[in-house]
Design a protein around this ligand. Structure first.
Ligand SMILES: [Zn+2]
Ligand SMILES: [Zn+2]
Length: 254
């Protein structure tokens, strides 16, 4: 089967359009890695027939709830339902381990601490922090995390995944930055946030700005995601052969 992306969630933090929060499944060579794991990720996996235990790794762009709050539920499932034999490999910005376990503790008392006490075989997760622009292996992919411009309080990245001979890249949440040109360069699919139609909130993109950069983005196809209500209302006007609008459940071959 060719490498592909399965959109398990393409919503924003506000539930716009009734869409699930960010969760993008990349499948290649019969293996699966998630990009981001929003609060609704486990529900989306069940809804779209993806066995949670088949996900061997997660690449997190940043530690905002709509991008990582599904991890406690994925770990809960791994520990209590699936008995995941080798653990989920979770990569993310600085502090990813502490923030994930703290979130788990907040939702299920003591759960994060109990996971922290486990290591090696049988542990439901192992964590890795990005080194900016340094490629590393994650599940079936070679991942490169590139800093973007979203929050002053924490590290935020876009990610580029090479699988087989294909490339999928995702902006994460970000304002416009030249780093997006590097992320998208040569990609078969560039998934880019498009929170607003115009006048984006700080740290996000609007379509009126993104549109000016489309010719410079060297990606075969561009998939708009993370859209607020005003953007969703205008989205049917802009979808074409190269620029696509994400839907929950959409599957794209790379
Ligand atoms: Zn964010
Ligand atoms: Zn977000």
């Amino acid at each position: 089967m060719p490498a592909r992306v399965h959109v398990l969630g393409c919503g924003d933090a506000f539930g716009s359009g009734g869409r699930a929060q960010t969760c993008l499944l990349v499948e290649a060579l019969g293996r699966r890695v998630l990009i981001d794991c929003g609060a609704t990720a486990l529900v989306s996996m069940r809804r779209f027939g993806v066995a949670p235990e088949s996900v061997e790794a997660v690449a997190l762009t940043h530690l905002h709830g709509d991008h990582f709050a599904g991890l406690p539920f994925l770990l809960l499932y791994a520990r209590h339902v699936a008995g995941h034999p080798s653990g989920v490999h979770i990569a993310g910005p600085r502090g990813v381990r502490a923030r994930t376990l703290a979130a788990f503790d907040a939702l299920y008392e003591g759960a994060g601490q109990s996971i922290a006490a486990l290591s090696g075989e049988g542990a439901p997760a192992r964590f890795e922090e990005y080194r900016a622009s340094v490629p590393f292996g994650l599940g079936p992919a070679t991942v490169t995390a590139v800093p973007v411009v979203h929050s002053e309080k924490s590290e935020c990245f876009g990610v580029r995944l090479e699988v087989e001979d294909r490339v999928v890249a995702y902006s994460g949440d970000t304002a416009w930055t030249g780093a997006l040109l590097d992320l998208a360069s040569g990609a078969d699919l560039f998934i880019v946030e498009c929170q607003a139609w115009a006048g984006p909130p700080p740290g996000h993109l609007a379509f009126d700005e993104l549109r000016r950069h489309l010719p410079a983005l060297d990606a075969r196809r561009i998939l708009l995601t993370h859209m607020g209500e005003p953007m969703l209302a205008r989205a049917p006007e802009i979808a074409g052969d190269r620029v696509l609008v994400a839907q929950d459940g959409m599957v794209l071959e790379l």
